[in-house]
Design a protein around this ligand. Structure first.
Ligand code: R1P
Length: 274
């Protein structure tokens, strides 16, 4: 079973390698409405997910569904413009699969981004938050199943799931840009329903600052591979019960449009230093 996984990963990576003549140093995952960053990549090759053997396809609005490979600030990168979510119906292990494929292309650093609800009452819509830790509330884990030792250990350490050096680097870049950043804990839920006000109160009590339906499985897969991870959440709305408003994906996408310039500048500034 696990040898089958290695074979599939290799097939996917080999297909991508045939299409490119770069060796990416950094992998990026672009969250809902944040795919615009892929437009900044130069000399790019775009490969739609349905072309890549064994790859899932993304079904969510605001997620284009392609890998974009090229250079950003002179650094060779591979970006997922569109990600996979557990609520789309994929097996959890499949959510980690693209991270494992990207790692085979070369990168040992992953910049993962998402749109998230602010559960911390001090946050404002439009804030950017560096993720310093997460809580896995998805009830499962992408590494459930036989472990493939070629990829990583059976029991991966998660004591620094989000790399401290990368957090400090991001803070330095934000400082230079005069950009105020939040820092906090991302809570991953399965979705697709947004959280209830009672769930948001629980998240608050447990130490969560932002909540969403992605990121956690990708970060687990990346840590298993020994990759260094930087996580950035765009606070696109306040989580349920904090403001007297219903939540909608349209609002999420609208906020990302507004935050786009500072998000792009921050990520470009960070990539330049990697
Ligand atoms: C809900 O509006 C969607 O936005 C977030 C949630 O996880 C959910 O998919 O998207 P990303 O986490 O992919 O940015």
């Amino acid at each position: 079973m696990s040898q089958e996984l290695i074979k599939q990963l290799q097939e996917s990576a080999d297909y991508i390698k045939e299409e490119i003549d770069i060796k990416p140093k950094v992998a990026l995952i672009l969250g809902s409405g944040l795919g615009v960053l892929a437009g900044e990549i130069e000399d790019k090759v775009e490969i739609t997910y349905d072309e890549i053997p064994n790859f899932p396809v993304s079904t969510v609005e605001g997620h284009a569904g392609q890998l974009v490979l090229g250079t950003l600030e002179g650094i060779e990168v591979v970006a997922m413009q569109g990600r996979f979510h557990y609520y789309e119906g994929y097996d959890m292990s499949l959510i980690g699969f693209p991270v494992q494929v990207m790692n085979l292309l070369g990168p040992n650093k992953l910049v993962v981004t998402n749109s998230a609800g602010g559960a911390n009452r001090n946050f404002n819509v439009g804030d950017l938050m560096l993720i310093n830790d997460h809580i896995n509330f998805m009830g499962t884990n992408p590494l459930v199943g036989p472990n493939e030792a070629e990829l990583g250990p059976r029991f991966p350490d998660m004591s620094e799931a989000y790399n401290q050096e990368l957090i400090e680097l991001a803070e330095k870049v934000a400082d230079e840009q005069g950009l105020g950043l939040r820092k906090g804990v991302y809570v991953g839920m399965t979705g697709p329903t947004y959280e209830t006000p009672a769930e948001v109160r629980m998240i608050n009590k447990l130490g969560g600052d932002a909540v969403g339906m992605s990121t956690v499985p990708e970060v687990i897969a990346a840590n298993h591979l020994g990759m260094k991870v930087l996580g950035i959440s765009c606070i696109t709305n306040m989580a349920a019960g904090i403001l007297p408003e219903p939540l909608s994906h349209d609002e999420v996408i609208e906020t990302t449009q507004r935050v786009k310039p500072k998000f792009i500048n921050l990520v470009r500034g960070i990539i330049k230093e990697l």
